[in-house]
Design a protein around this ligand. Structure first.
Ligand code: ATP
Ligand code: MG
Ligand code: FE
Length: 356
């Protein structure tokens, strides 16, 4: 099986070709990503209109490039997989319509892929994981703890009730006068800071539910910064270090509970259970080492795919399409519509009526 994947849900335009050969070996034949960071950084965040236009301008050429690098033509692929949600509607329209057009013209089936499913299944490509496992997605738009039971079988155990974790980093950076994206800037400053100077809140710590909340933390940072303004570099470093510490402690509590729940639900798995991390915040060394230590303590394997497959990419979309096709899941009709909101867990959708 060989699949062409297309990803345009946020600020990365991406195309990739992934295959599984007759012996069951999986290969990434190409992986092309064009980040729009430069277009958005002046605005301190992703501007939907600019993103959509940039996708239009780049996508066709990127797909050609992905096919060329994979050394295949459209007639050599078995299906097209395109992200159809959740995300910014303009970008989703560009990617999904392009996917449809290619599918129609080449006479290939189309798989409309949930972006979150792409993140959720990546570890099966990179690490050959078997079901079930736990996945923590921490990016600019999402903070979710998901039970991955199987292809198409996901349970959302926890989500943020306000800001996403990456968003909290970005907003905190902005109010401290640090550049966008905030995560790397905050982490860099935190290295030389005193993490014990400020005692920032650890939202929801101790609560039985597995949700997250980060907006109070951001408010506490704003208050601290206002009180001691004007800020010296030392102040900023101390705030960043204290902020990161509060987040690490919060994750330790929240994810620790998730691991316990997983063990209670699956007491006799044949192999060591696994926690997979995805999303741009997975680059953060302190959060990573917190999760690693937590997994060690609880007898879990900690799996962090290579960073370029943790952030947005089309390999994961092609892979999700491949997994669906290999399982015999029906492809999508060409009238399928993009959805800006589309929870992975359909129960979450009917109960809450929303949620990304
Ligand atoms: P999605 O739609 O999947 O949420 P996104 O573009 O918002 O996409 P990613 O590209 O996966 O998300 O990740 C970007 C986020 O990761 C930003 O919020 C950025 O600040 C954060 N980030 C990147 N590096 C770090 C780091 N070292 N520490 C903390 N956060 C980081
Ligand atoms: Mg991104
Ligand atoms: Fe993503």
């Amino acid at each position: 099986l060989r699949i062409l994947g297309i990803e345009t849900s946020c600020d990365e335009t991406a195309a990739a070709v992934v295959e599984r050969d007759a012996e069951g070996r999986s290969n990434v034949l190409s992986d092309v990503v064009l980040s729009q960071l430069d277009e958005h950084s002046a605005y301190g965040g992703v501007v939907p209109e600019i993103a959509a236009r940039a996708h239009v301008e780049a996508l066709d050429e990127l797909i050609d490039e992905a096919l060329k690098r994979a050394n295949v033509s459209l007639s050599d692929v078995d299906a097209i997989a395109a992200t159809s949600g959740p995300g910014l509607i303009g970008g989703l329209l560009v990617g999904l319509m392009t996917g449809k057009a290619i599918a129609k013209a080449a006479g290939k089936p189309l798989y409309a892929i949930n972006h979150l499913e792409g993140h959720a299944l990546t570890a099966r490509l990179t690490d050959g994981l078997s079901f079930p496992y736990l996945m923590l997605l921490v990016s600019g738009g999402h903070t979710q703890l998901i039970l991955v039971r199987g292809i198409g079988e996901y349970e959302r155990w926890g989500t943020t009730i306000d800001d996403a974790l990456g968003e909290a980093f970005d907003k905190t950076a902005k109010l401290l006068g640090l550049p966008y994206p905030g995560g790397p800037a905050v982490e860099r400053m935190a290295k030389d800071g005193n993490a014990d100077r400020f005692n920032f809140p650890r939202p929801l710590v101790g609560e039985a539910r597995l949700d997250f909340s980060f907006s109070g933390l951001k408010t506490a940072v704003r208050q601290a910064a206002t009180e001691i303004a004007p800020l010296t570099d030392r102040d900023v470093a101390d705030i960043c270090a204290s902020f990161q510490k509060a987040i690490s402690r919060t994750m330790k509590d929240r994810i620790g509970r998730g691991l316990q729940r997983f063990k209670a639900e699956f007491p006799d798995l044949p192999e060591k259970p696994a926690l997979v991390v995805a999303g741009g915040v997975a680059a953060n060394k302190e959060i990573r080492s917190t999760l690693q230590a937590l997994c060690d303590k609880n007898g879990f394997r900690f799996i962090a795919p290579p960073l370029h497959l943790c952030t947005d990419n089309a390999v994961m979309i092609a892979w999700a399409g491949l997994e669906r096709m290999a399982k015999g899941v029906a492809s999508d009709d060409l009238d399928v519509q993009p959805r800006s909101r589309w929870p992975l867990d359909s129960k979450a959708e009917t109960v809450l009526g929303s949620g990304k």
